[in-house]
Design a protein around this ligand. Structure first.
Ligand code: F6P
Length: 489
């Protein structure tokens, strides 16, 4: 078997720190199982010369990281990656702040990554590149004569070509993805959008149902919805629910039902909109006042970017307003905290929460939704309220699906989830859990890697954009409001 080299901006160096973000959660187990190299940014910014790459070897994985120069950090990470690509790929043209300087910083850091990578590479290594920070990496490696099999997976959404084409210099950036052998997306919506871009904007000819001809090469486009370690996470949650930490949290709830939300502080997650929906819920369903506590765990992220700092203020104010308006001396309706929690702590909290609110305005997949399902007690499961605009909604259609832009609809869904009879909760949970066992994290990684390695993915029907991978399996819609029930968990 060829050696695997994973490349991503963030690297899950085993340092014991709890970090936020689905990418690390997805890659770490896949790489640990197979062994190989994980290359990327150390997370550190060097004021002078960043020096050579740093290597840590643990088990059968080498973690190789480089520091970024201050200019690179500003222009590549804060600039083009997170002030241009992140908003545009999340359909938020209104938030994109393009500058030519940031664009050239983005290409410069991709070149630095390629130069460092070259020092490690063997001709038969398989390279798997992750996410929007590194779109042109394969092109740089090909320009240097590298002929390795290289795959790319986009963890976040890919918008329609009408939005992609509004990205200044998109002609230089997006077609560069054709230098990969395989380009993978979370959902068929994303893969279709990209395929439409290649056909309509770039004018590429198709090669079979899933490929495009670009110069003298063929790039395949596929759908690979990322999963979680469903059964392992379920076991973790079963253990964690009895921990001192979870017991203490539950004791502090004094028998009230817990609603949980866990998101990085990011505008794509729809946190102010969710809080507005919670406010509507307390207004519209007053019988629940004093009976529920909403715990929102929101580690800060990308704090050097103005939108993120503003969001921190807006969310903090909303939480204060709701507690001021509805709180009692003996009841805080909303607990809003920025501290990151370990996976074990989260697993235990998920299992203890009667409802999870996962209501992003747009999200590639959202692994909190999947982990919440995995963590539930199948005999007495909680209910997932899930945005229809999260990639996870394609597979987890048995959740209560909502439109996060409709606060009244979300308020009704919260009431419905809290009031849902046990039989219905069990049925919805079992349907979702089954899907997550069938498409767990191992399956995702193995399928992607086998398709890069085979070099002939034509036999995998699910590669075809539009194939029935992860179609929503809707069991029920949000319906008429119900009264709070006495049912407790
Ligand atoms: O999933 C998108 C992503 O950018 C991942 O690459 C990363 O794990 C997560 O969001 C956190 O973002 P950042 O690396 O900017 O802190």
């Amino acid at each position: 078997m060829a050696r695997l080299i994973v490349v991503s901006n963030r690297v899950g160096v085993p340092d014991g720190n709890a970090r936020a973000g689905g990418l690390e959660v997805s890659i770490r187990p896949a790489l640990k199982k197979r062994g190989g190299v994980w290359f990327g940014w150390s997370g550190k910014v060097a004021d002078g010369d960043p020096g050579p790459a740093n290597t840590i070897i643990q088990d059968n994985v080498s973690y190789v990281t480089v520091d970024l120069k201050r200019d690179d950090y500003e222009e590549f990470y804060n600039g083009f990656a997170n002030r241009v690509l992140w908003p545009i790929l999340h359909y938020r043209l209104d938030l994109a702040e393009f500058t030519r300087r940031d664009l050239s910083g983005y290409f410069r850091v991709n070149n630095v990554f390629a130069d460092n990578l070259e020092k490690l590479l063997r001709p038969d290594d398989v390279i798997w590149v992750h996410d929007y920070h590194l779109m042109p990496l394969a092109k740089t490696l090909r320009d240097h004569g590298r002929r390795n099999r290289i795959g790319f997976f986009l963890h976040i959404p890919c918008p329609p070509p009408e939005i992609l084409a509004a990205l200044p210099n998109h002609e230089r950036l997006v077609p560069a993805l054709c230098q990969y052998d395989l380009v993978g997306f979370q959902t068929e919506i994303d893969a279709n959008n990209f395929s439409r871009y290649l056909a309509d904007e770039v004018g590429l000819k198709r090669d079979g149902a899933d490929g495009f001809i670009y110069d003298d090469r063929v790039v395949r486009v596929g759908v690979f919805p990322v999963g979680v370690e469903t059964e392992a996470f379920s076991r973790l949650a079963r253990r964690a629910v009895g921990s001192a930490f979870v017991s203490e949290v539950l004791a502090s709830m004094v028998g009230r039902a817990m609603i949980i939300g866990v998101d990085r502080l990011d505008y794509s997650k729809g946190i102010p909109e969710r809080m507005a929906a919670f406010e509507r819920f307390l207004n519209g369903f007053p019988d629940w006042r004093g009976l529920v506590t909403y715990l929102q765990i929101t580690p800060r992220s990308r704090t050097d970017i103005a939108e993120y700092a503003d969001l921190g203020r807006i969310v903090g104010e909303a939480a204060g307003r709701i507690n001021g308006q509805f709180g009692e001396a003996s009841w805080t309706p909303l607990r809003y905290i920025n501290k990151a929690h370990s996976r074990t702590a989260l697993a235990g909290l998920y299992r203890s929460a009667r409802v999870a609110l996962v209501t992003p305005l747009r999200d590639g997949m959202n692994l909190v939704a999947k982990e919440y399902i995995a963590a539930q007690d199948p005999d007495n499961p909680g209910v997932l309220v899930l945005s229809r605009f999260a990639g996870a909604a394609r597979e987890c259609g048995a959740a209560v699906l909502v439109n996060p832009y409709d606060p009244e609809g979300v308020a009704i869904a919260i009431n419905r989830a809290l009031s849902m009879p046990l039989e219905e909760r069990r049925m919805r949970h079992a349907a979702n859990f089954r899907v997550l066992v069938e498409n767990d994290l191992r399956h995702w990684a193995e399928r992607f890697l086998s398709l890069i390695e085979d070099g002939d993915p034509a036999n995998d029907a699910s590669l075809v954009a539009g194939a029935p991978v992860g179609r929503p399996r809707r069991i029920g819609n949000v319906e008429a409001p119900m009264r709070p029930s006495a049912a407790s968990r």
